[in-house]
Design a protein around this ligand. Sequence first.
Ligand code: IPE
Ligand code: IPE
Ligand code: MG
Ligand code: MG
Ligand code: MG
Length: 293
Amino acid sequence: MKFLNHYKAEVENSLEQFWQNYEAQNWDVPEREMIEAMKYAVQNGGKRVRPILSICVYDELKVEPQCGRDTALMIFNSIEFVHAFSLIHDDLPALDNDVIRRGNPSTWKQFGECMAILAGDALPTLALDNLINHSPENKLKALLHVLNQAIGMNGVLGGQVRDIYFDTHPVSYDALVKTHQGKTGALIKCSALWGGILAGISDADLETLSDYAENLGLLFQIKDDLLDLDGEESIVGKKLGKDVDQKGYVYLLGESETREKLKKLKAITVAQAEQLGSEKLAELVAFVCDRKS
Ligand code: IPE
Ligand code: IPE
Ligand code: MG
Ligand code: MG
Ligand code: MG
């Protein structure tokens, strides 16, 4: 899966370029301090799975590219900004109360709660600015719509509030899936759709891509729950053993059924990638399911 490292390096480059331009603006000291926290949350490690998925879709499926490849990479940075916002707030004492993220102090631990809340708030607006600055005019509405869905009640925020609710209420399998489709799946789906939209693929292919990405998002969270159970804390880079007693697939289905679920859904999702004609998108499924962090 050498292509994944290559894509990751391209994503990192594009992010670096973004920050260089952004930091060069004429900011006062308070804003500068917040930008430091925002940048920390984005740059502090991370697998970059979402923008990697976006650029992979763009490369693999492109029919009539709606913008150049470097512009596409710059646009995909916005997804990582939204992801970083969700992680900052997820780690806050009022939510998961986690002090370690990506093997380093979580943003609130490093900069204090006040700054973490504000930096988290600022990141989605940064994502929008970056999107508006670089999107092709005729695709802006579609990209905005998909992103807003991924952040809002049907996405990260809806998923997070469900996640908190089910800490103290019984959860059914369907309710759990819906929670994960929101908190994790929605942004992964958005990443794939952004790639597809900028690649100019047909509506029919967008549908297939959407199904593929929904399954990839579920696989991602099933694997996250399994890593919570049996991952190596120093490799995963976050506190583990948090979900087993309260929620998640392992709690609901048990370990062996969860593994079986991962295996079956993996096969289905690989087949969807093949239907889209992309070996790389199939390999990305394997990466998500076999990852150690
Ligand atoms: C962690 O996402 C949060 C979940 C949605 C499970 P990632 O595992 O993609 O986090 P990073 O960006 O690689 O740290
Ligand atoms: C969080 O899910 C998903 C987000 C929207 C950030 P988790 O709480 O399971 O993520 P981790 O395990 O802390 O990364
Ligand atoms: Mg959480
Ligand atoms: Mg968490
Ligand atoms: Mg987790």
